[in-house]
Design a binder for this molecule. Structure first.
Ligand code: SF4
Length: 528
């Protein structure tokens, strides 16, 4: 009997950009009596379900984008006599769907670290239940990945999580509803242990795979300092102090370590935080810009972002502190007009973004946008091949529309074409070459930057926006070819003798403890 953990994907690139962390974390959570599970990542290679045998246990983790492929695998696994378990964000939102369409015997909702081993133990004692609610576990119980199971030379970036949850409430995002709005921060020493483990194995590039690495903003602190009751301020200061303490420790890692993370744009005004990021080897961050106009920001409940020229200045602030930005923009918002596409490209270029992604507004389950959209469709939503558009993830990939939400002035095809054009222009050879000058110095590094930019576009734009499957397949093949040399650029030398920096109490924690001890939390942030 074998235990499989499967990350489904309808498209494979041979090389993965970032390790799918959940596979390795659930491998850690698998009780030892089951042995090491077989970890299957279909973003590398598609999986031949014929390998599954009667009596095997098959765990499939799905988000909305890969749910349909997950259901195909689950159904085939059940037919082969396996015990099928679904988990992940989409299964949390639609446990019945995983049962009805994916052949699930059991579904794990919420965090999997405790629920998955509980299920396996019940399975051993013939007491397995159809549903395990993992809820939201505390950060002390987050597990490191079993990185000893990683296939050699297949991923560019490793991934480590430092915090789960996001206090914001963007309308297109489900993170704050599934992972919660209270940041659950992992202990600094647990994070360090895992990073050192990965560096020993030869990973130099590590993604801090957090919902939001910057959970407390200066504005949060200013608002809390105006309250009569100081408890909120104390709580926020403690969260911030832990972030800074983590970065103090990351700064003690070998100088060639490169981290990448996700933060909100408000971090641009927090110079102390940005400087701490730079010292901590956090060289880049995905920043959700989303829209360049005030109306667009209102559309997505992201009023805390800037727009227009103020937005350009704010984004440039990251670069001034040595942080490269991957800016993320959304097209198809109700306030978007034809001119929005050019305006967005202009902001991305003027703000010196190192990379950018341009996604089309898609109503994902679990978000406020989805709830409003589903309601607006009424009891009889339009159908594609007999599937209601409100269940768009069940439409086969090759027929799946790219734009779902009605737009007041643009057709779906116009939004798709204009989005594609923005990708093409931002990632044209002359544009990439020009950007490379500001990103790296040597000719070799500039050529590497060019290759990485092209592969990024190939993986995320062409396979995501193209409407015909032939183009998607061609893009995937190109990405496969480019991914091999690209992966070599990310490879580091194993550092088997690297030691975890010895324990000490970081100064930022001492500072916050001192303030707590005095019983008089200082109002606002020190640098505010
Ligand atoms: S988009 Fe980013 S900032 Fe907004 S809720 Fe999601 S994780 Fe938080």
């Amino acid at each position: 009997m074998k235990v499989y953990l499967i990350n489904p994907s309808h498209v494979s690139f041979g090389i993965g950009v970032i390790t799918p962390r959940w596979l390795y974390v659930l491998a850690s959570a698998t009780p030892s009596e089951y042995g090491a599970p077989s970890l299957i990542d279909e973003t590398l290679e598609s999986f031949d379900v014929a390998a599954i045998e009667a009596g095997d246990i098959v765990g499939i983790g799905i988000h909305t984008g890969n749910a349909l492929r997950g259901y195909e695998i689950g159904t085939a696994a059940r037919a082969a006599g396996a015990f099928v378990v679904f988990g992940g964000i989409h299964a949390t939102l639609y446990p019945e769907e995983a049962r009805d369409l994916g052949g699930a015997h059991a579904v794990v909702t919420g965090d999997g670290e405790e629920a998955w081993p509980a299920l396996l133990r019940d399975y051993t004692s013939n007491a397995v239940k159809p549903r395990y609610d993992g809820g939201r576990i505390e950060a002390e119980t987050f597990l490191p990945g079993r990185w000893d199971l990683l296939p050699a030379g297949r991923y560019m970036w490793a991934s480590v999580q430092t915090v789960r949850g996001c206090p914001k409430h963007c309308s297109f995002c489900s993170v704050w509803r599934t992972d919660g709005q209270r940041p659950r921060q992992r202990h600094v020493s647990r994070v360090l242990e895992e990073i050192v483990d990965l560096r020993r194995r030869g990973f130099r590039f590590i993604a801090l795979a957090d919902d939001n690495f910057y959970p407390v903003t200066l504005e949060d602190l200013r608002m809390a300092s105006r309250r009569q009751d100081p408890s909120q301020l104390t709580r926020l200061q403690a969260i911030r102090a832990e972030r800074l303490a983590l970065m103090e420790e990351l700064a003690r890692l070998p100088a060639d370590t490169v981290f990448f993370t996700q933060i909100t744009m408000e971090a641009a005004e927090d110079h102390e935080f940005l400087d701490a990021m730079r010292r901590a080897h956090i060289k880049g961050a995905l920043v959700g810009v989303e829209a360049v106009t005030p109306e667009g920001l209102k559309d997505v409940y992201k009023n805390f972002n800037e727009s227009g020229d103020a937005l350009v200045t704010r984004l440039q602030g990251f670069k001034d502190h040595g942080i490269h930005v991957l800016g993320s923009f959304i097209f198809g918002l109700p306030s978007d007009r034809a001119a929005t596409f050019d305006a967005t490209l202009s902001v991305a270029e003027r703000a010196n973004l190192t990379f950018a992604q341009f996604v089309m507004l898609t109503p994902f389950p679990g978000t406020l946008d989805f709830a409003a959209w589903e309601k607006s469709l009424g009891d009889t939503p339009p159908e594609f091949n007999g599937i209601p558009v409100s269940r768009h993830w069940l439409i086969p990939q090759s027929n799946r529309p790219k734009v779902y939400m009605h737009h007041p002035v643009m057709s779906a095809d116009e939004i798709r074409q204009r989005t594609q054009e923005v990708w093409d222009r931002f990632y044209s050879l002359p544009s990439i070459w020009k950007r490379s000058r500001g990103a790296v110095t040597s000719l070799k590094a500039r050529l590497a930057f060019l290759l990485i930019s092209k592969i990024y576009r190939q993986m995320y734009a062409n396979t995501g926006i193209a409407t015909d499957s032939a183009r998607v397949n061609r893009s995937a093949q190109w990405a496969r070819l480019m991914a091999i040399p690209c992966r070599r650029l990310f490879a580091g030398s194993p550092m088997p003798d690297l030691q975890i920096p010895p324990d000490r109490v970081p100064e930022t924690l001492l500072a916050i403890q001192g303030r707590r001890g005095s019983g008089s939390p200082s109002p606002g942030h020190p640098s505010a």
